[in-house]
Design a protein around this ligand. Structure first.
Ligand code: BYC
Length: 313
C-alpha cells in the first residue's frame, strides 16, 4: 500500500513539474529531489562565499576610489548571495551549520574556479567578465527551475550578477584600450581564466552523473554542454569588441550550426582542482576556517540574545 501511495505521489509531483508549476517547501517531493537540491544549493552557497576571497584580496589594492567602491559592493553582494542560498537550502530541512561544517571539513564541493589565484588587477576585470558571465548563463536557467525557493534566490542573484559582469567587462575594455603594458596584463589574465571558466559548467554531458535526474525534474533546464556552448557563443563577440584574443587556436564559427566550435577541455586539470589539489584550495579553506573561528563569539552572542528574549516573554 505504501509503495502504491509513493507511485501516485511521484506521478502527481512529476505532472506538476511538467505543467510548469513550482514545488514549494511543504509540498511532497521524492527524497532524491530533496537530496539533489540540498547538494546543489549548498555547493552554490559555498561557491558564493569562497568566491569572495580571490577578489576580496584586491580591495585594498584597487587602482582608484571608484574601482574600490564597485569591487567592495560586488564582494559584499557575493556574501548576500550565499545568505539567500543557505536560506533556500534550509527550506529543505537541513541546518545551515551542518552545511558549513561539510564545507570546512572538505566534504562538500564548491566551484573549482575559486581555487585559482588573482595575480594582477586585470584578473578582477576578467573574473567579472568570464566568471560572473558564466554564472549568469547558468543561473538565468536556474531562476526558472522547478523548486520555488531556489528559483527565486537565483532571480535576485542574476540581477546583481549583471552589474558584476558589466563592472568586470568595463575594467577589461578600459585596460585593453590603455598602454601596451595594460593590454598585456589583460591578455595574460584572459589566457589564465578562459579554460577554467569553461569548466565551471561541469563535466561533459556523458560524464555528468547528476544531469539526467536534474533535467527530468527540471532543476536543470539545459545540460552542462549546452550552457557551456551558450557562454562561448556570447563571449567570443565580446572579446572581438575589445580586441582581445581567446587562447584557443581551434575557435571557429560554424555557419551551419551558428555556434563557435572550441578546442578540447583539459578535464584532468579540472578533476585535480575539484579533488583539492588546485593552486589555492588549502589557502581558501584555511581562510574560511579562520573566518568561522573569528565569528564564533558573534554566533554565541546571537544565540544567548535570542534565548534571553524568549525567557523574558
Ligand atoms: N567545480 O553531475 P555533475 C558564482 C562536480 S558561484 C566543482 O555535472 P551537477 C560567483 C559536481 O558537484 C558559481 N565541482 O554535477 C561567486 C558533481 O559532484 P558531486 C557557482 C564541480 O550538479 C563569487 C560532479 O562534479 N554556481 O557565480 O549536475 C564571485 C559531477 O558533475 C564543478 C553554482 O554552483 C565545478 N565547476 O552540475 C563570482 C550553480 N562542476 O556533487 C561568481 C549551481 C561539477 O556529485 N550548480 N562539479 O559529488 C550547478 O549548476 C551544477 O551543480 C553544476 C554541476 C553545473 C556546477
Amino acid at each position: 500500500m505504501e509503495a502504491l501511495d509513493e507511485i501516485i505521489l511521484l506521478e502527481r509531483f512529476e505532472s506538476r513539474i511538467n505543467a510548469g508549476e513550482k514545488i514549494e517547501p511543504k509540498d511532497w517531493m521524492p527524497e532524491r529531489y530533496r537530496k539533489q537540491l540540498i547538494r546543489m544549493i549548498s555547493q552554490h552557497a559555498h561557491s558564493e562565499v569562497v568566491g569572495m576571497l580571490p577578489e576580496g584580496n584586491w580591495i585594498t589594492r584597487a587602482p582608484s576610489l571608484r574601482r574600490k567602491i564597485s569591487l567592495l559592493a560586488k564582494v559584499q553582494d557575493e556574501a548576500g548571495h550565499g545568505m539567500y542560498l543557505y536560506s533556500a537550502a534550509e527550506t529543505l530541512d537541513v541546518d545551515r551549520r551542518e552545511l558549513i561544517e561539510q564545507l570546512l571539513s572538505g566534504q562538500a564541493k564548491y566551484s573549482h574556479i575559486f581555487n585559482y589565484p588573482t595575480l594582477n588587477w586585470a584578473d578582477i576585470g576578467v573574473i567579472g567578465w568570464f566568471v560572473d558571465g558564466a554564472a549568469i548563463v547558468n543561473q538565468t536557467m536556474l531562476a526558472k527551475c522547478s523548486y520555488g525557493p531556489y528559483s527565486r534566490a537565483n532571480l535576485r542573484i542574476c540581477k546583481e550578477e549583471n552589474f558584476h559582469k558589466r563592472q568586470g567587462y568595463e575594467i577589461v575594455a578600459t585596460m585593453a584600450a590603455g598602454t601596451t603594458e595594460q593590454r598585456e596584463m589583460v591578455q595574460d589574465a584572459v589566457n589564465r581564466w578562459w579554460w577554467p571558466s569553461l569548466m565551471m559548467f561541469g563535466p561533459s554531458d556523458n560524464e555528468s552523473p547528476n544531469s539526467a535526474e536534474l533535467l527530468r525534474w527540471k532543476v536543470k533546464l539545459h545540460s552542462n554542454d549546452e550552457l557551456r556552448q551558450r557562454f562561448v557563443d556570447l563571449t567570443v563577440p565580446q572579446s572581438q569588441a575589445v580586441n582581445i584574443t581567446l587562447p584557443d587556436p581551434e575557435l571557429r564559427y560554424d555557419k551551419k550550426t551558428q555556434h563557435w566550435n572550441f578546442g578540447k577541455i583539459n578535464w584532468e586539470e579540472f578533476w585535480n582542482v575539484v579533488k583539492g589539489n588546485g593552486p589555492c584550495n588549502r589557502e581558501r579553506l584555511a581562510a574560511r576556517q579562520k573566518a568561522d573561528d573569528d565569528g564564533a563569539w558573534v554566533r554565541e552572542a546571537a544565540v544567548a540574545y535570542t534565548m534571553k528574549r524568549r525567557m523574558n516573554r
